[in-house]
Write a protein that binds this ligand. Structure first.
Ligand code: COA
Length: 253
């Protein structure tokens, strides 16, 4: 299993552990992460969740092979369940971005509460380059964080950005040396074990609630286009180019 879970000192950890494929996320892995979130939600001893990856890689995003062979087609797909579960999750979520965070690797950070990035992290949302559109509410939330012009760089051009830029725009809390980011994030997550859980939960809800309906609406609009585009000819060319390790050619579209 490429998702490892553990519970220690009040923290439910979700480790993405598929380094041979740069932590690309398959439907099984999304399902396992949704299950882990459900378990943490139901466990009174779990006061916070900690997401992390492997040295040098948080996640390279959705597994591109899965995009081709098992594209998510409805809200029951494991990826949809994961996105919904994280969006609605009522305990604090901390992320240690141990390296590159591509696609959902970046957009899921919008739904975490505290984000610590390694000084080697590179974030990117290359949805357009794949013939797709942004997901997980990022078409709404990235522009709210950065303003339209910066968001257009990240979403229309897919320009990667550093951990420092993620901190500057409010997507992350701090940049740490790669060797320290996980321990630091874990220590922060463990602080929730010393805080009153009801007040933490109510405060998170108050902070998230005002935008929730808008995020759900953005996700519904994104999902309709994303699922249609997954089966489209632009995505087919992008995926084929990825497998053939060549640049895609969109000149004929
Ligand atoms: N889906 C499926 N396989 C992936 C993957 C993904 N998202 N990301 C990496 N891999 C695989 C590669 O195909 C390669 O497999 P192989 O060894 O069988 O050829 C292996 O992981 C190593 O990847 P590689 O590209 O050689 O590593 P790198 O260090 O040069 O680059 C990344 C790392 C993350 C920058 C690069 O792999 C990448 O850009 N991946 C795709 C990211 C992406 O577009 N994700 C979808 C977002 S919606």
């Amino acid at each position: 299993m490429s998702i490892k879970t553990a519970s220690h000192n009040g923290v439910a950890s979700i480790e993405i552990a598929r380094p041979q494929k740069k932590n690309a996320l398959t439907q099984e892995m999304y399902g396992a992460m949704a299950d882990a979130l459900d378990a943490a939600s139901a466990d009174p001893a779990a006061r916070a969740v900690l997401f992390y990856g492997q040295p040098g890689i948080f996640t390279s995003g959705n597994d591109i092979d899965d995009f081709v062979s098992r594209p998510a087609s409805d809200d029951e797909a494991p990826v949809s369940r994961f996105l919904r579960t994280l969006l609605e999750f009522d305990k604090p979520v901390v992320a240690a971005v141990t390296g590159a965070a591509i696609g959902v690797g970046t957009t899921m950070l919008l739904h975490c509460d505290l984000v610590f990035v390694s000084d080697e992290a590179r974030l990117a949302m290359p949805f357009v380059s794949l013939g797709l559109v942004p997901e997980f509410g990022s078409s709404l939330l990235i522009a709210r964080l950065m303003g339209h012009a910066k968001a257009a760089e990240k979403l229309l051009l897919g320009t990667p950005f550093s951990g420092s830029e993620a901190v500057d725009c409010g997507l992350a809390n701090a940049v740490l040396p790669a060797s320290e980011v996980l321990n630091h994030a874990r220590r922060i997550a463990e602080r929730f074990a010393t805080l009153p859980p009801g007040a933490v939960r109510d405060t998170k809800r108050l902070m998230r609630q005002p935008l929730l309906a808008q995020v759900r609406a953005a996700m519904a609009a994104e999902n309709a286009l994303f699922r249609a585009r997954l089966r489209g000819s632009e995505a087919a060319e992008a995926f084929q180019a990825f497998f053939q390790k060549r640049a895609p050619d969109f000149s004929k579209f």
